[in-house]
Design a protein around this ligand. Structure first.
Ligand SMILES: *[C@@H]1O[C@H](CO)[C@@H](O)[C@H](O)[C@H]1NC(C)=O
Length: 328
């Protein structure tokens, strides 16, 4: 009897663990100074970076679970006294290039956010290694830079300002810090991209079952209409606007989260799930400053293979975390 009931219990426990193999979490993951959030999972750790507020420093938080990021270890990764790139450190993104981690970010001089340029730091094989300045990537206005692989080629996609309208540009990536001539692949042409002010920014690549998209943010972050759109790659030359089709908004203010935008995607610890992380504010007028918090939610997939980002859940709602987190 004893051995039967204990093996029954063991079986039940194993079943529970197999079906609920994730720690719970709730949003926000970072309550303030969390604009333009980027999360990466590597070797047992989640790493979070975001746009902070002055003093200008790039910080990284790490934790074993998604929920643990709220109280994770925080580390200063980068400060720079070089006047032309000291300040306005925006939108850091962590990318593995040729086996080493790199942080792509925008920066400029102290009192002028109109001359932002993109830069890259190089680290080691772990995100907790030290980072060193590798170089400036572009000579034109360039913020929110990200990496894209499409049609077997590597690209750098960023927010540019052709004709003074903030748009999305693409350039071939020839090395971790070098790019070729750029072209515009998206300008804010649709009504939902221009509700507050016409603007495209914050691109991030999404790959699933052979399909490729770029998510991006439309409108301005100081508005509740700031929202996400998608550019789907339809084949052909990724540098041509005609190779991409736009839909949106696919994710906008909901459940007390306003100005839900500048997202990125990350993969669950076991590699089976895609997760969306974005910033929002609780002020119904929207906001761009330090009041931005970072939140995350699993991405579901529609029958036609396209991503379904759903809605931002209410802050504080307890949800199941990414698949494969250690049972704690
Ligand atoms: C919300 O944002 C508006 C516009 O920036 C501002 O005037 C107002 O003070 C903010 N409200 C709160 C409670 O912070």
């Amino acid at each position: 009897m004893l051995s039967l009931s204990s093996s029954c219990l063991f079986f039940l426990f194993a079943l529970l663990k197999a079906t609920v193999w994730a720690a719970d979490y709730s949003n926000p993951l970072k309550a303030s100074d969390a604009g333009d959030p980027n999360i990466v999972y590597q070797d047992g750790w989640y790493y979070l970076m975001a746009t902070g507020s002055p003093p200008p420093v790039l910080q990284m938080t790490r934790a074993r679970t998604l929920d643990g990021l709220k109280t994770g270890e925080v580390r200063d990764v980068w400060r720079d006294s070089t006047p032309e790139r000291c300040c306005n450190l925006w939108a850091p993104e962590m990318h593995l290039v040729d086996g080493r981690w790199h942080i792509y970010y925008a920066a400029g001089p102290e009192n002028d956010a109109g001359v932002q340029r993109s830069h890259v730091l190089q680290g080691g094989t772990s995100l907790w290694d030290d980072f060193f300045y590798l170089g400036q990537i572009r000579d034109d206005y360039s913020v929110d830079g990200t990496l894209l692989t499409a049609n077997g080629q590597n690209y750098y996609v960023y927010s540019c300002r052709p004709n003074n309208v903030q748009s999305l540009c693409i350039a071939p990536r020839t090395g971790p810090a070098t790019t070729g001539d750029s072209k515009v692949i998206s300008t804010p042409t649709e009504e939902w991209e221009s509700r507050n002010s016409p603007l495209n920014e914050g691109p991030y690549a999404l790959y699933h079952e052979g399909n490729t998209w770029l998510s991006f943010s439309a409108g301005t972050c100081d508005s509740p209409t700031y929202s996400l759109g998608l550019l789907k790659y339809n084949g052909g030359d990724p540098m041509e606007k005609a190779s991409w089709s736009k839909t949106g908004p696919v994710f906008s203010s909901a459940n007390g989260n306003y100005g839900t935008g500048h997202n990125s995607f990350f993969t669950s610890p076991d590699g089976t799930e895609t997760w969306n992380v974005w910033h929002s504010v609780t002020n119904s007028s929207g906001g761009c400053g330090s009041s931005r918090s970072a939140s995350a939610k699993i991405v579901n997939w529609n029958e036609d293979g396209s991503p379904n980002l759903g809605q931002a859940p209410p802050l504080g709602e307890v949800l199941q975390g990414p698949s494969g987190e250690p049972d704690q």
